[in-house]
Design a protein around this ligand. Structure first.
Ligand code: SF4
Length: 333
């Protein structure tokens, strides 16, 4: 056995032993149900576990299996997703469910899972390893941080060539019998021990073989590109109100708040329009200042693209967080 092989073997065993003691008790880990795992992975793609858990529970309650989700109206899916952001995930989730139902069952290999809408290499590897024991590293941001430190990878982490190198090295740390548990151990390690700032190396099962720890250079990994400042924009919403009914339009499927219901946005502002209420909203690459302009109108006078909703209907509609905020701020919800 070469030194590297021994190093990998020891790290692999330590990782599984650590996972058996320290694993996070998450409801989708109770068994290897691909539907439950897939749903959790899609929800957690851009969301922390504590934020995503209530959404996962609501989805499982409303749609206990993939067929129930596939047959649900898209507005119901979007309404349950509202608040999680990155709404293309919800639309892809719905489309994937329909595709799985057409196929008859979940695909079993990472390469086939990759063909489902919204399933990228990380999600495919996570599902294939956890549910079907395929030995493939699941590389999300947490895992890439752990591996880049463990192997002291000096190349930029956003490059596909770097990810390829990590994938080739990481496969040797996955247990042959329990590759899904090895992947989940890395996920847990990344969120609780090998954290972005001040990793808790003395508590880490990989510490005796971690190259960054040996050199004391944990903060140097992963190597990231320089960050761009978010772009600032002002958006002005026109609120059409008739008694306790409000007119909203559905956002296009692509772009911010895709598929959700929103007040129309004013292209041009007239000086007489008062800035009634204002809030800030930070998206991944944009910093929005949102202004709400109220107007009482009759049903007949508005754009035909708008649709009227009662307050009861609005409560159950998929609304972006700032729109829901406005209704709460005005004591309508
Ligand atoms: S020893 Fe430290 S830097 Fe290395 S993997 Fe563990 S927590 Fe991360």
């Amino acid at each position: 056995m070469t030194e590297t092989t021994i190093q990998n073997f020891n790290a692999k065993v330590s990782l599984i032993e650590w996972f058996d003691i320290h694993r996070r008790l998450l409801p989708w880990r109770k068994n290897s149900n691909p539907y439950a795992i897939w749903l959790s992975e899609i929800i957690l793609q851009q969301t922390r576990v504590d934020q995503g858990l209530p959404y996962w529970e609501r989805f499982m309650e409303a749609f206990p299996n993939v067929k129930a989700l596939a047959n649900a109206p898209s507005d119901q899916v979007m309404a349950l997703w509202a608040g999680l952001g990155y709404y293309s995930r919800a639309r892809n989730l719905h489309r994937s469910a329909q595709q799985v139902v057409n196929l008859g069952d979940f695909p079993r290999s990472s390469s086939e899972l990759l063909l489902l809408p919204g399933v990228g290499p990380y999600t495919a590897a996570a599902i294939a390893s956890i549910c079907f024991k395929e030995r493939c590293p699941a590389l999300d941001g947490n895992a890439l941080r752990v591996y880049s430190r463990f192997f002291a990878i000096a190349d930029r982490i956003d490059r596909s060539s770097t990810i390829k190198i990590i994938r080739e090295k990481a496969i040797h740390l996955l247990d042959e019998e329990r590759p899904g548990d090895s992947n989940q151990a890395i996920m847990d390690l990344g969120s609780r021990v090998c954290t972005p700032n001040q990793p808790k190396c003395p508590d880490c099962p990989l510490k005796t073989r971690c190259e960054a720890y040996r050199r004391g250079t944990m903060a140097s990994f992963p190597v990231k590109p320089a960050k761009k400042a978010p772009k600032s924009e002002d958006w002005h919403f026109q609120i059409h109100q008739f008694g306790k009914e409000f007119a909203l339009m559905k956002r296009p499927d692509s772009g911010i708040w895709g598929g959700l219901w929103c007040f129309p946005i004013l292209e041009e502002l007239t000086p007489s329009l008062a800035k009634e209420l204002q809030c800030g909203h930070l998206l991944s690459h944009r910093k929005l200042r949102l202004f709400f302009h109220e107007k009482t109108v009759s049903h007949a006078k508005i754009d035909p693209a708008l649709q009227w909703f009662t307050l009861k209907e609005l409560k159950n509609l998929g609304l972006p967080v700032p729109i829901r905020w406005w209704f709460e701020e005005k004591n309508y919800f």
